[in-house]
Design a protein around this ligand. Structure first.
Ligand SMILES: [Zn+2]
Length: 48
C-alpha cells in the first residue's frame, strides 16, 4: 500500500509537492521547499 503525502505551502496553501510515504516513522511533518506562488522557500506541511 502506498500512502501519498501532499506538501502544501504554509504561507499561501498551494499544494506544490507529493511524495510516497513508504516508511511510517521517518517522515517529517514539515519541510522547507520552493514555492512558485511565493517565489521563495517556505515551510510546507503535510496534508492528506
Ligand atoms: Zn506559497
Amino acid at each position: 500500500m502506498k500512502n501519498k503525502i501532499i506538501w502544501a505551502c504554509s504561507d499561501c496553501g498551494s499544494r506544490n509537492y507529493t511524495t510516497d510515504n513508504r516508511e511510517k516513522s521517518s517522515e517529517r511533518l514539515t519541510i522547507k521547499k520552493y514555492c512558485k506562488s511565493c517565489n521563495a522557500h517556505t515551510v510546507h506541511q503535510q496534508t492528506k
